[in-house]
Design a protein around this ligand. Structure first.
Ligand code: SF4
Length: 440
């Protein structure tokens, strides 16, 4: 049968989608690039925040139309939305034939073959903590020919009060070093030029395996694989981003000197009610420490505005914090309330309007900070991974300090460059989020 898969949400979900596609192809399914000819449509959903859950529902309903107008016979919904809302969804979404929880994605082939003609709303859920983090033995169809995410663990054992992920993905389970290296070698052999290490919290790696391998070892061992590629680490947690990890990132060939550390806030009272476990002073010490050791390090973080109890003064302090640190890249989300979260029971909720205004003010301030940091790159030369050639003489790529999908890009004006190659580029212009330059 012909199958089309739509992957929503985060990089971790994308890896799950790519493995489901690998399993379906291995079982003889034809992978379609568009939904209109697909007999099976799979939607791998996200439900981290309300807007993401709504986007998932809208996407499912949009694809359900293909059961009326297209070739679609089976609509499959998997991932975090059915995991969060469970069997209730079957009653609310009669269009869907099969629901798979986050722990059942690798069962997709068997579940589809078990689906009898006319059956509807079959649900397959298993304990998320039961999912093995080992993946190298699973077939995977990567969606980007030059960049691939590598999940180094599953789940999360922390208790941030606004976060549903531990419930959806289970407790933290580190993946074995051998399994990670085996997948990394496969991806490099397939021509992947950038390996991006992801997890709910990458710096928690090894915390569940006493005397097990450490994250610095994982980073260095991947970088030691022969080949012309680079490694990037995302989703570090501030309270265990140790100096060993900082040095493994900052001082290893092939590893981007790039620190993605979602701090979510920077005011002690708010950090406490978020359950984050660190203070503003800890953050200053961390980021100033990184910059002191690696002045060219790129810093990325994300923040939440409008968390219950966040006062006007707290917001002013948060604004002052980002101006003092000067992040290269910043993402800001508004707090997303839901009655299945501990934070829902906190007092002094902030209106969505005020949260959105605060988000806008932070992003406006960051645009200035980002432009100033980008200006420091003008005249400098960097290795750029060429990823697109939208028109003659124009290429899009990313430097070591530009992560995929979330950061700006570098426009490269030149001739006869090859997509998938690293090219040395002299930066000639800078914008709020992007750069431009010419190949050396
Ligand atoms: S670290 Fe906190 S925010 Fe991140 S997945 Fe775990 S509980 Fe959620």
């Amino acid at each position: 049968m012909k199958v089309y898969l739509e992957s929503l949400g985060c990089a971790r979900n994308l890896v799950d989608s790519e493995i489901m596609l690998g399993l379906l192809k291995q079982d003889g399914f034809d992978i379609e690039d568009t939904p209109d000819t697909a007999e099976v449509i799979v939607v791998n959903t996200c439900s981290f925040i309300t807007t993401a859950a709504q986007e998932s529902v809208d996407t499912i309903l949009a694809f359900a139309e293909y059961k009326k107008s297209g070739a679609c016979r089976y609509l499959v919904v998997c991932g975090c939305l059915p995991e969060r809302y469970g069997k209730d969804m079957a009653g609310e979404m009669p269009e869907v034939d099969l629901f798979l929880g986050t722990a059942a994605g690798t069962e997709i082939v068997r579940a589809l073959s078990d689906l009898k003609e006319g059956e509807r709303g079959i649900c397959l859920f298993a304990d998320p903590s039961g999912v093995s983090p080992e993946k190298a033995h699973l077939p995977r169809i990567t969606s980007n020919p030059h960049m691939a995410y590598i999940k180094i663990s599953e789940g999360c054992s922390r208790h941030c009060t606004y976060c549903i992920i531990p419930k959806l993905r289970g407790r933290y389970r580190s993946r074995s070093l051998g399994d990670i290296l085996s997948e990394a070698r496969n991806l490099v052999a397939k021509g992947i030029r950038e390996l991006v290490l992801v997890a709910e919290s990458t710096t928690d790696y090894g915390s569940d395996v006493p005397d097990g391998p450490s994250l610095p070892q994982v980073i260095r061992d991947i970088a030691a694989i022969p080949g012309d590629f680079r490694v990037r680490l995302l989703y570090g947690f501030p309270d265990n981003l140790t100096s060993d990890i900082i040095d493994a990132v900052g001082n290893t060939d092939k590893v981007c000197c790039y620190f993605d550390v979602p701090v979510q806030h920077a005011v002690d009272t708010v950090l406490k009610t978020m359950g984050r476990g660190y203070t503003q002073q800890d953050l200053f010490t961390l980021f100033q420490g990184i910059r002191a050791r690696y002045p060219h390090a790129a810093l990325r973080t994300t923040l939440i505005t409008g968390f219950p109890g966040e006062s006007d003064q707290d917001f002013k302090d948060l604004l002052a914090f980002i101006k003092k640190v000067g992040f290269d890249h910043l993402g800001v989300f508004t707090y997303s309330d839901s009655d299945d979260l501990p934070s829902h029971r906190l007092p002094d909720h902030v209106s969505e309007k005020k949260a959105a205004r605060r988000q806008d003010r932070l992003m406006a301030a960051q645009a200035q900070i980002s432009l100033a940091r980008n200006m420091t790159h003008v005249g400098q030369c960097y290795r750029v991974l060429i990823e697109e050639n939208p028109e003659d003489g124009v290429y899009l790529g990313r430097t070591d300090f530009q992560a995929p999908e979330v950061d700006g890009v570098t426009f490269v004006y030149g001739e006869n460059l090859s997509v998938g190659d690293f090219v040395m580029v002299r930066i000639s212009d800078a914008f709020e989020y992007d750069l431009s330059g010419e190949p050396l």
